[in-house]
Design a protein around this ligand. Structure first.
Ligand code: BTN
Length: 228
C-alpha cells in the first residue's frame, strides 16, 4: 500500500487526526497531549517516542484481527530485541511493555494507533512495567520497517485469512502453554494459555474439563506479577 505519511509536531491524539482522513493515511506526531490507550487509559507521550495512526478499511467482523496483524508486524521488526507479544496486542521486550496498539472502529474505516517507546520508558500507573528501545532505531526507519512488514502481513491476511496470521502471531506470543492470569473487570481468571480462537479470543484451560474463552482483559504472567 502506498501510505500517505503526514508528519505533525504536537497533536492531542494521532487517532483523532486520523479519524477524518482517508484510507491509506498515516499520521505521525512528535508529541501528543491527550493520547489514549486501551480500556480508557492514558498513553503518556513523551517527545522522542514514536506515535502514529493508520487509517485502514473495515473488515467487518474480522476488524479486530487487524490488531493481531499489526502487533505481529511490530514484533517481527523488533525481533533482534527478542520482542514478544502479550495478548491481545502489547509488544514486550524483556517482559516489559515497549509498544501499545489501540484500534478504533469508525464504521467504514478503522484507525489503528501505535505508540512505541523508542527513546524513553514513561513511568505509568498501569499495572505493567515499561521499557524503551533506548534510541537504538531511528523513528522514521522503524516506522518504514513496520509499514513494510504490515503490508506483507496484510497481504497474507487478505489471501489466506486469519489462520496464517494466527500461527505467526502465536510464535511471537508470550505465555502460550503456561499458566497466566487474566484480569477482567470483576474477576481474575487463572489457567493455561492454550491458544487463540479464530476470533482472536484466548482459550484458557481453567481445569481439566473446562476451557474458557476470554475476549478482553489484561494478561499477567505468574512469575512477573506485581504484588497486590
Ligand atoms: C495501549 O497499550 O493501551 C494502547 C496505546 C496506544 C497509544 C497510541 S499512540 C498513537 C495513537 N494515538 C493515541 O491517542 N493512542 C494511540
Amino acid at each position: 500500500m502506498k501510505w500517505n505519511l503526514i508528519f505533525l509536531d504536537k497533536v492531542e491524539s494521532t487517532n483523532d487526526v486520523a479519524a477524518s482522513l482517508p484510507r491509506g493515511s498515516c499520521v505521525v506526531a512528535k508529541e501528543q497531549t491527550k493520547a489514549r490507550g486501551r480500556m480508557g487509559r492514558k498513553w503518556i507521550s513523551l517527545r522522542g517516542n514514536l506515535f502514529f495512526s493508520l487509517v485502514l478499511k473495515s473488515y467487518g467482523a474480522q476488524t479486530p484481527m487487524l490488531s493481531f496483524v499489526l502487533s505481529l508486524s511490530i514484533a517481527e521488526v523488533l525481533k533482534k530485541f527478542d520482542a514478544k507479544i502479550k495478548w491481545p496486542n502489547d509488544v514486550l521486550i524483556d517482559g516489559k511493555k515497549v509498544c501499545g496498539i489501540l484500534l478504533e472502529n469508525l464504521g467504514e474505516t478503522v484507525v489503528a494507533g501505535v505508540g512505541i517507546n523508542t527513546q524513553n520508558a514513561p513511568i505509568t500507573d498501569v499495572l505493567y512495567p515499561t521499557t524503551s528501545l533506548n534510541g537504538e532505531i531511528e523513528n522514521n526507519i522503524l516506522l518504514q520497517n513496520i509499514l513494510d512488514a504490515f503490508d506483507l502481513n496484510m497481504m497474507l491476511f487478505e489471501t489466506e485469512g486469519f489462520q496464517k496470521i494466527k500461527e505467526k502471531w502465536l510464535s511471537y506470543s508470550k505465555g502460550v502453554g503456561k499458566e497466566i492470569v487474566i484480569c477482567l473487570p470483576n474477576e481474575k481468571v487463572k489457567g493455561e494459555f492454550v491458544g487463540l480462537t479464530d476470533e482472536g479470543a484466548v482459550q484458557l484451560r481453567t481445569n481439566d474439563l473446562c476451557c474458557r474463552l476470554i475476549t478482553a482483559g489484561d494478561v499477567f504472567f505468574l512469575d512477573e506479577r506485581k504484588k497486590e
